[in-house]
Design a protein around this ligand. Structure first.
Ligand code: GLN
Length: 315
């Protein structure tokens, strides 16, 4: 199947967005000082189909840092470079059931990282690109060029977010050093953390994220530029990992309610992938206690039902 017609999608997205605007629950993240400056009541929704059609509603031109929504796309680059199975052996693919910044995600598994959708596994994933590229600068070029191909435009770092997170990310440096003690991070753990921090600081808008999600939905071909970004076989693996831990300790509830692979980030974005149909992105900075956008979850839950996207539904 495919998405319903554009006018139907537009009407449903417009209504889901409008109905979410009365919800003011949740708090904007403040542990990265720059994020605290976001408008708590901003809200945008974008749907991009595998045919390259877009529907956009709300604060669509606003930019924010990509944060953890970068994780599945960097994983995709690692899978493409090293092969999916080798990548899984290095990074793990099991649900963590734990918060994104958990140190236990390093301690509780013999592979020493459990899943690349939480910080520990994501820093290890970024370090695989340090291994592939040869050093931190080369890894950064791979990340920036790769995520830009997913988005279909040149993405740049938000320097203020990068500077501010670089001053406050002691916990991520700690996680990287712990990984290093198990031999799970390639090279200097501080270099891996720095590339990871830059990757999280890339500035995007909601449409960019929907295009990136639609590229995963389209088997690795960007539906706007028609460029192949990653292999088709990579996409199914990345979507499987998103389903296990994309919304951290709420991933089971998310899969129950929405039935699609998704990935959230602390700037308030969520990407959702409907394989073979399209990508959905929401941005609204108020977060629940797991760090997932409150309105983003509401809007996505409603659209998954109304657009008939749940992958576990028989029709
Ligand atoms: N850069 C953030 C961090 O590492 C990303 C976390 C997130 O989006 N949940 O803490």
């Amino acid at each position: 199947g495919s998405l319903p017609g554009e006018e139907t999608v537009r009407a449903l997205v417009t209504e889901a967005h409008a109905d979410s605007l009365g919800v003011h629950e949740g708090l904007v993240a403040t542990y990265i000082p720059q994020l605290a400056e976001a408008d708590p009541d901003a809200c945008a929704v974008s749907v991009v189909s595998v045919a390259g059609r877009s529907v956009e509603v709300g604060d669509i031109g606003e930019r924010f840092s990509i944060q953890s929504v970068s994780k599945p796309f960097v994983l995709a680059l690692a899978c493409d470079a090293l092969g999916a199975d080798r990548t899984r052996d290095r990074l793990g693919a099991n649900a963590t059931g734990m918060p994104f910044n958990s140190v236990m995600a390093v301690e509780l598994n013999e592979q020493r990282t459990m899943n690349p959708m939480v910080n520990a596994g994501a820093i290890a994933a970024t370090s695989l690109l340090v291994e592939v590229g040869g050093d931190g600068d080369a890894a950064w070029r791979l990340v920036q060029a790769g995520l830009s191909r997913f988005a279909g435009r040149d993405l740049a770092v938000d320097d203020e977010v990068y500077a501010c997170e670089s001053r406050t990310n002691l916990r991520n440096h700690g996680i990287a050093h712990l990984l290093h003690s198990y031999g799970s991070v390639h090279g200097d753990p501080d270099v891996a953390t720095d590339v990871y921090t830059r990757q999280c600081s890339l500035s995007v808008d909601t449409h960019d994220l929907a295009v990136m999600a639609a590229t995963l939905a389209d088997g690795g071909v960007n539906p706007i530029t028609r460029e192949r970004v990653v292999r088709e076989s990579t996409c199914a693996k990345v979507l499987a990992v998103m389903a296990t831990a994309g919304l951290y300790e709420h991933s089971g509830d998310w899969l129950w309610d929405i039935g699609l692979p998704g990935k959230s980030g602390v700037s308030g974005a969520i990407v959702t992938v409907s394989p073979g149909k399209g990508g959905l992105a929401t941005w609204s900075p108020r977060l629940d206690e797991a760090g997932n956008s409150v309105r983003g979850q509401m809007i996505t839950r409603r659209l998954s039902i109304e657009l008939g996207l749940n992958v576990f539904a028989s029709r």
